[in-house]
Design a protein around this ligand. Structure first.
Ligand code: FAD
Length: 453
């Protein structure tokens, strides 16, 4: 097992902290690390794609799980996979697609691990149809604070605390997952431009027939164009939709090394640490104009439809050297006015925001700290160096909490603990289970200390 001292951040590159990083190669090594962790405790880390400090542990240990990356068994008839928690979703797609199975939930980044997907209970563009990741987990093995390995199944408190539990109940070592059947590895995609937020929401409300749906929103547009965006809906393409030459290998995983065309371009590092408002508006304008007004049935690679932001898989396409804050929240059905008000406030403030994505969520999963709940979700990136950002986002938190909504914890880097209880009503159960399971606090992270989880 390799051990080193490293400075770590989340994907937003804010608030680096130093920890002792262990990279176990077996379950026994992982258990030894947890048993031997010092007073600052330990936390599991996957590929570090959570935007905030959920996989950091200042002055303590971090278990880098990426060396535990075996795909153990594949039942090609049933679409059931048993794998180590350090396997990436990209690798699973690579193995399973040629067999006619796709990820049940594909988040916007595919370079994330199975452990991270369960620990954050990630959602995808198909939340209304499929719910979040944990719904497709048949069981997992969890290394708990006592160094024991438990098999955890749905319908138990430990499952519900661990799905979206941010690594704080233990280290997931392996999981059994159910996949979704597909006939081809291409997507049939419909695109529509919407002239403003109301137009966009009306189209999304009227939709619902497609398995996948999301909208990119131009949060720099103002006036009547406030909240304009590009709506994208997709289905796995049926065999007869493919051109003749592609029908010979319909399930080839055409992920391609080439950078997929991003509908919303993100610039590389900008000298001076802050992407200006003008350039943000210009880039958003290009993103909007580049999209077709209306197009149906366009065949796209899975990577282009789901993962435009993965174009530079291990690069740092970050606006500004101080990193960026990812702000992601939900508001329930009937609370559209809050969403309108927040979008209006961001636009009027002329925030240089990027990668804003609007989705509609379906039923919540069982996870006590899982983020998705029925309604609307908006996610956006903002340069961390933006003057007055902390106060501005605190005031958005108040609006969100006041409307019965919540902020996503796995991507959070700045929420105040006071806002948490209203957003996550099952927090007391989570804290009680942790107190019983892990009385000495073997599992801790910067996020758990910041929010007293
Ligand atoms: C480009 C991009 C797009 C994204 N799109 C989406 C999206 O559409 N939907 C969405 O929900 N998220 C999205 N995310 C966020 C990301 O998918 C999640 O944060 C995911 O959890 C990251 O997985 P990871 O393996 O990198 O985990 P890390 O970032 O390393 O860790 C995330 C959390 O999981 C815990 N964890 C990791 N491994 C384990 C384990 N083995 N056992 C227990 N706990 C563990 C960590 O302790 C931490 O709390 C996106 C991120 C990026 C960079």
């Amino acid at each position: 097992m390799s051990v080193d001292t490293v400075s770590l951040t989340g994907w937003g590159r804010t608030a680096p902290t130093t920890a002792l990083r262990f990279r176990p190669r077996s379950y026994e090594e992982a258990a030894a690390t947890v048993r031997g962790c010092g007073p600052r405790g330990s936390i599991a880390r996957g590929l570090g794609r959570a935007h905030g400090d959920a996989a950091q542990n200042a002055g303590g240990s971090v278990l880098d799980m990426t060396a535990l990356d075996r795909v153990r068994t594949v039942d090609a008839a049933a679409g059931v996979v048993v794998c180590d928690a350090g396997v990436s979703l990209h690798r699973l797609a690579d193995v399973l697609l040629p067999l006619g199975w796709f990820l049940p939930v594909a988040p916007g980044g595919r370079y994330i691990t199975v452990g991270g997907a369960i620990g954050s209970d990630v959602h995808g563009h198909n939340h209304r149809a499929a719910g979040s990741f944990a719904r497709h987990v048949m069981e997992f093995e969890l290394l708990t604070a006592d160094g024991e390995i438990r098999t955890v199944r749905p319908g138990t408190p430990l499952f519900d605390a661990t799905a979206g539990g941010l690594g704080l109940t233990g280290v997931i070592l392996s999981a059994t997952l159910r996949f979704h059947p597909v006939a081809t590895s291409l997507m049939a995609v419909d695109t529509q431009r919407a002239t403003g937020l109301d137009d966009l929401m009306a189209r999304m409300t009227a939709g619902g027939r497609h398995r996948y749906e999301y909208a990119w929103v131009d949060l720099t547009a103002r006036g009547r164009a406030t909240g304009r965006g590009v709506l994208r809906r997709g289905e796995h393409a049926p065999l007869d939709a493919l051109p003749a030459h592609a029908r010979r290998t319909p399930l080839a995983f055409r992920s391609s090394a080439a950078v997929p065309a991003a509908p919303f371009p993100v610039p590389d590092l900008v000298p001076g640490g802050l992407l200006g408002r003008m350039s943000a508006a210009a880039l958003n304008e290009i993103g909007y104009r580049r999209a077709p007004r209306s197009r149906t049935g366009e065949l796209q690679r899975i990577s282009a439809f789901f993962h435009p932001l993965d174009g530079a898989p291990h690069g740092t396409r970050v606006p500004g050297r101080s990193g960026f804050v990812h702000y992601e929240f939900t508001v329930g059905p009937g609370r559209e006015e809050t969403l309108r008000r927040i979008v209006g406030r961001i636009a009027r403030r002329r925030c240089p925001s990027f990668n804003a994505v609007l989705k509609r969520f379906g039923e919540s999963g069982p996870g006590w700290l899982s983020f998705p709940e029925p309604g609307w979700s908006l996610a956006l990136d903002l340069p961390a160096g933006l003057p007055g950002l902390a106060r501005f986002l605190d005031s958005l938190d108040e609006e969100v909490a006041g409307a019965g909504g919540r902020v996503c914890l796995t991507d959070d880097s700045r929420l105040r603990p006071g806002a948490l209880a209203a957003m996550y009503p099952r927090l007391p159960e989570f804290r009680a289970l942790r107190a019983e399971l892990d009385p000495k606090g073997a599992f801790r992270s910067d996020l758990s200390r910041r929010l007293s989880l």
